[in-house]
Ligand binder design. Structure first.
Ligand SMILES: NC(=O)C1=CN([C@@H]2O[C@H](COP(=O)(O)OP(=O)(O)OC[C@H]3O[C@@H](n4cnc5c(N)ncnc54)[C@H](OP(=O)(O)O)[C@@H]3O)[C@@H](O)[C@H]2O)C=CC1
Ligand SMILES: CC(C)(CO)C(=O)C(=O)O
Length: 343
């Protein structure tokens, strides 16, 4: 039996990945959910440890139930976590990981599947400061759409893909650019449609996705509307163009070697990104309530600091005034606090 794959962040995306991995016929390893605390573990066990994924892109919206193992921090009785997938919201990552640091070492493989950028850079600044002791880090981005129907019951609403790359490590002698066995297992799932890319290709896809999220997520949260309600409004289109223009400017100013990357110059073309944002936001996901709007409505902290806020942070580091994204970031923080104050 191979070592287990642990999932930290058993929400929409984490549960989807867990169930897809567990459903692979050839998988010879346990898939273990790492839940927040004993209460959450008891709530899951009260459902006979069954996770439900409803595929509403299939005829009749069939439901698939998967029995999964679940642990909470005090229950974990292992020496090492060799394979970990992190699918918490970015804003909760550091706190969630803190319980598991004693089980992680330079041989551990950690895959982060999250929107936005900056989480791994932050963790390398505050936790993994010694490269030779840093786990093998992988970045994933997904276009799958998934939302919670009820506790431990999620709807796989949008069939997309999962792109993964290994984050380059500066001086780890044992570092290889090959996919680890955990990534190879993810690639066996037809539904996940997983591809393993060179990092300099993944970062371009991350920037492309960030442009979509930097337009759709905050504005649907601030204006409290469904994605499609922003369509056919000239002011919104101009606002999106301003957000995208500033994002692209910051990408090419601040991300090393991006401007020499031909794929980046083609992909991060401003008119192309504007069309992609409107197509994805208004057509493909038009009926969605964005994840950021949902976070503000449910009085949760948002991922704004990993999206528009990350643009502002990068720009600040080079003395560039990213005022459009700074304004958007401040408005989302205001919306978040207004909602959290409401009884
Ligand atoms: N949902 C989607 O369609 C898409 C999401 N993404 C991105 O994927 C990432 C995950 O999103 P999503 O799955 O929607 O988020 P969810 O909020 O659905 O899931 C996050 C999970 O993290 C758990 N969590 C938070 N803190 C801890 C902790 N300390 N210990 C253990 N578990 C913890 C939460 O547990 P609890 O239930 O106990 O609060 C929750 O179940 C985000 O970056 C998002 O932007 C990207 C593309 C699409
Ligand atoms: C593309 C979009 C905005 C779809 O709702 C999304 O990724 C999200 O909600 O986080």
């Amino acid at each position: 039996m191979n070592s287990p794959i642990y999932i930290l962040g058993a929400g929409s995306i984490g549960s989807l990945l867990a169930c897809e991995l567990a459903s692979i016929p050839s998988i010879r390893r346990d898939i273990v959910l790492l839940l927040r605390n004993q209460t959450r573990a008891e709530q899951f066990r009260a459902k006979q440890s069954l996770m439900t994924i409803e595929r509403n892109f299939e005829q009749g919206s069939p439901q698939y139930q998967t029995k999964l193992e679940a642990k909470y921090p005090a229950e974990l009785n292992v020496d090492t976590i060799e394979n970990l997938i992190v699918t918490t919201k970015t804003v909760h990552t550091e706190k969630a990981l803190s319980n598991y640091l004693p089980f992680l070492n330079e041989k551990s493989n950690i895959l982060f599947v999250q929107n936005g950028l900056g989480v791994i850079e932050h963790l390398k600044r505050v936790i993994w400061t010694n490269e030779s002791k840093t786990p093998n880090l992988y970045q994933g981005i997904t276009t799958h759409g998934c939302f919670q129907r009820q506790d431990f019951h999620f709807v796989h609403a949008g069939l997309g893909n999962l792109k993964i790359a290994k984050v380059p490590s500066v001086d780890k002698s044992s570092s290889t650019d090959g996919a680890c066995s955990m990534v190879e297992e993810l690639m066996k799932s037809k539904t996940l449609n997983t591809s393993y890319l060179p990092y300099d290709e993944l970062i371009v896809s991350q920037c492309e996705k960030l442009a979509v999220n930097a337009c759709m997520n905050p504005n649907t949260a601030i204006l409290d509307c469904l994605n499609r309600e922003l369509s056919n409004i000239e002011a919104v289109k101009l606002l999106f163009k301003n957000i995208i223009t500033e994002c692209v400017d910051v990408f090419f100013r601040c991300i090393p070697n991006l401007s020499e990357n031909e794929m980046a110059r083609r992909t991060l073309d401003i008119p192309r990104l504007l069309e992609l944002v409107m197509y994805t936001g208004f057509e493909v996901c038009g009926n969605n309530s964005s994840s950021m709007r949902q976070d503000t409505l449910y009085k949760r902290d948002t991922e704004i600091d990993s999206i528009n806020g990350w643009i502002v942070k990068l720009a600040d580091e080079v003395g560039y005034p990213a005022n459009v994204n700074k304004t958007i970031t401040l408005l989302v923080k205001a919306r978040t606090q207004i909602n959290q104050r409401r009884t």
